[in-house]
Design a binder for this molecule. Structure first.
Ligand SMILES: Nc1ncnc2c1ncn2[C@@H]1O[C@H](COP(=O)(O)OP(=O)(O)O)[C@@H](O)[C@H]1O
Ligand SMILES: [Mg+2]
Length: 263
């Protein structure tokens, strides 16, 4: 077989995220019960589930801000909780709220992660401008967050996450607060960039559309973050009929249609 080193890496390399038998209790309440899954290098995976399923907790475990009560977690070769600092600069997170600093311009927000990591000022500025262009924000560099629409602000937040060139990007409901049309274009633009640069992404969401339009694979979580369904979605992204079938299967796994997903 003729493979480039990067192909080989994605086939035989260790997964970027690996959870085995993970358990997490909060004051006697089991929030994560025996969860195991992997995310391979360059893969885009969505964790889909209703509110309260434990998605954000799983993300916090992967980020290393929450410890676990049983099992094992590896992220980019490290234990994210015990070796918290080793993941600095290797992992980026974007949230539902854009978390931009209001007194910093677009470019000043986008370069923030780079400056925190100690990047040279000129290089940080140049990279931030480049990533803003990648998420279709060229021309908005000097605007302040309050001068931007919600979708544009979320683009700045994604540019800031991408600019540090992380191995792994975690998104927690990053598209959920936007209207349907804005959310769809942003999802498409984000995935285009993520795939072009071979980024490994774990996208947490309660919206089926997020999974169907973005992911290579969906993991549906029920109560206690138990896996109800795991399914490849690459074909669903291009074929309407497969997409409809996948949607129906996901709805069943979630336990029926949810009004929140209709928006
Ligand atoms: N720090 C915490 N302390 C106590 N309970 C928590 C904490 N974080 C989350 N929980 C509980 O864990 C459950 C899952 O929450 P969460 O992970 O936020 O779910 P999701 O993101 O899927 O909506 C909820 O019942 C929530 O109240
Ligand atoms: Mg959540």
């Amino acid at each position: 077989m003729n493979m480039r080193p990067t192909d080989l890496g994605s086939v035989v390399g260790a997964p970027v995220i690996s959870l085995r038998g993970v358990r997490k209790d909060f004051s006697g309440h089991r929030v994560v019960d025996d969860l195991s899954f992997d995310v391979a290098r360059g893969e885009i995976v969505t964790l889909l589930g209703r509110t309260g399923a434990g998605k954000t907790t799983v993300l916090n475990i992967i980020m290393g801000t929450t410890g676990i009560d049983a099992g094992a977690v590896r992220v980019a070769g490290a234990d994210p909780f015990k070796e918290f600092k080793s993941l600095k600069g290797r992992l980026s997170v974007a949230f539902q709220n854009d978390r931009l600093l209001p007194w910093r311009t677009t470019v000043e927000n986008a370069e923030l992660g780079l400056l925190i990591l100690g990047e040279d000022r000129k290089r940080a500025r140049a990279k931030a401008i480049e990533w803003l262009a990648n998420v279709n924000l060229a021309g908005a560099e000097d605007k302040y967050p309050h001068q931007l629409s919600g979708g544009m602000r979320q683009r700045v937040s994604l540019a800031r996450a991408l600019a540090v060139d992380p191995e792994l990007i975690l998104l927690d409901e990053s598209f959920s607060q936007l209207d349907h049309v804005t959310s769809r274009t942003l999802r498409r633009d984000f995935c285009k960039v993520a795939r072009e640069f071979g980024k490994t992404c774990l996208i947490v969401t309660h919206r089926i559309d997020d999974a169907l339009e973005m992911a290579d694979r969906v993991i549906v979580l029920g109560p206690g973050a138990r896996i109800m369904l795991e399914m490849p979605l690459a074909e669903a992204r291009i074929d309407q009929q497969t997409r409809d079938q996948c949607r129906a299967q996901i709805e069943t796994a979630l336990g029926g249609k949810d009004e929140a997903d209709e928006s």
